[in-house]
Write a protein that binds this ligand. Structure first.
Ligand code: SF4
Length: 104
């Protein structure tokens, strides 16, 4: 599991910079920079989606990741001990990114 700090406060799953989901899915198959990645699990506040996937907000999260050119990517799972998802007041997942992406 990865310790997750997420500052996408406009996401329905965000609570105190933690995520209420049990896992997240980072996108960016072709990514070579952090800005080419995004959090595919983003859902805007008030969308009423995925409520059955919501639990207590925890720091430790399974991170499934399509950004295969990142040095932390192992078989499409993140092996970093700690990552930061950025996006502040994003309105869509394309406005989010994995700030911890490091190109191989
Ligand atoms: S650090 Fe790399 S492998 Fe981990 S979620 Fe971010 S982009 Fe994916």
């Amino acid at each position: 599991m990865t310790v997750l700090d997420c500052n996408v406060v406009n996401c329905t799953y965000n609570e105190d910079n933690c995520c209420k989901r049990k896992d997240i899915h980072v996108e960016g198959t072709q990514a070579r920079t952090p800005s080419e990645t995004s959090c595919g699990s983003f859902a805007p506040k008030g969308c009423r989606c995925g409520s059955n996937m919501v639990g207590e907000a925890e720091k430790n999260t399974d991170v499934l990741c399509e950004a295969v050119q990142c040095q932390f990517n192992e078989s499409k799972k993140c092996s970093a001990q700690h990552i930061g998802i950025a996006g502040g007041h994003a309105d869509s997942n394309s406005e989010t990114e994995c700030g911890s992406f490091r190109c191989c």
